[in-house]
Design a protein around this ligand. Sequence first.
Ligand SMILES: Nc1nc2c(ncn2[C@@H]2O[C@H](COP(=O)(O)OP(=O)(O)OP(=O)(O)O)[C@@H](O)[C@H]2O)c(=O)[nH]1
Length: 408
Amino acid sequence: MSDTDSSRNEREADAAAAREADPAARRPPLPIPLTVITGFLGAGKTTLLNRLLRDEALSDALVIINEFGEIGLDHLLVETAGDDLIVMTSGCLCCSIRGDLVTTLEDTLRRRDNDRIAPFNRVVIETTGLADPAPVLHTIMYHPYLMLRFRLDGVLTLVDAVNGAATLDAHEEAVKQAAMADRIILSKTDLLTGEAGERSALALRERLARLNPGARVLDAAKGEAGAGALLDAGLYNPERKTLDVRRWLNAEAFAADHDHDDRHGHHDGHRHEHAKPDVNRHDERIRAFCMRFEAPIAPAAFDLFLELLRNAHGPSLLRVKGIVALSDDPMRPVVIHGVQHVFHPPVRLAAWPDADHATRIVFILRDMEPAFVEGLWRAFANVPGLDRPDAAALQDNPLAPARSGLLG
Ligand SMILES: Nc1nc2c(ncn2[C@@H]2O[C@H](COP(=O)(O)OP(=O)(O)OP(=O)(O)O)[C@@H](O)[C@H]2O)c(=O)[nH]1
């Protein structure tokens, strides 16, 4: 064993002994916030990352950059020093190297826990412009260990204000990246000039708001995309040290959208058929809506509802966030968060965050109608309807998923 190895082992043993002696250190560590930066090729991800890294709030951040192709170059552009930058060049994060991301995160945690690297307090992953953000989110929502050590702090999607509309027209990945975001950052608005520029920026904003009403749209050139606006976009509010469901869900944005968006279903299942004539075919596949029900649902029925959606329609659920009243304990709602077929284990709250005690679930769907989801809910919740099967018919159905759902 080399001197370096033995001194490292000694350091690790010392660190382990110190942890053992300190009761506070034996408590499970707080999950580390993890931010995912996505956006199409050249949208401005590296530029944003560099700006963020100059902020004090990210002084102890670990940056993971995923690059497509054999030789990564992007990391040369990221202004950070030492071992707080990891570059993964073995392929596209979304297809081939999810396992590598797991290994990277596990390995980095181990080195952090053993005091072999600086104790980063935040992770930022910059994905390649072609990446589907879903598998990255799955990694920390479903992996039994990583899900304890990390919490998703937000998906930040860059959209280039000059080429954004054309990119959304041509590339479905770009539409998906915008639809899954918690924050959308418009880059290059400084290059849009005159009235025509203003008009195209406005049209792009409207388009993004239709795709994803819950995501705040921030203009980088106007200085709106600082660390304060982009970090802590997740469920956990570190300032208050509580879950901030209302802010995270942003259901009000969907309610406002309800009035003027004529593409989605209404609470009574009624749907306007006149789609916007200028809506692009990729956008047309996306439906964003908020489902609201006053009456609590039975836990078993809710479980079946989610299981059926996840198992049969996982690819259509781009993002699902919600707060749900269950009939076994209506004063303690559960919070759900899903990305496609992967759902974070529901979290039971001690109380409602405010006076509104209705179930609210916001959905960003692809190739699926809100009326279908609402119909399914009504069937499981036993809300009668002429054109719907009731819960008994669905539960007796031999093709329905087995009873071992998310709620146990
Ligand atoms: N004028 C202007 N240029 C910008 C802005 N944001 C990014 N750029 C430029 O756009 C180009 C691409 O920016 P990057 O930050 O490298 O984009 P990226 O998304 O990381 O690119 P890839 O990693 O290749 O996908 C660079 O030349 C940037 O200087 C902006 O807000 N205004």
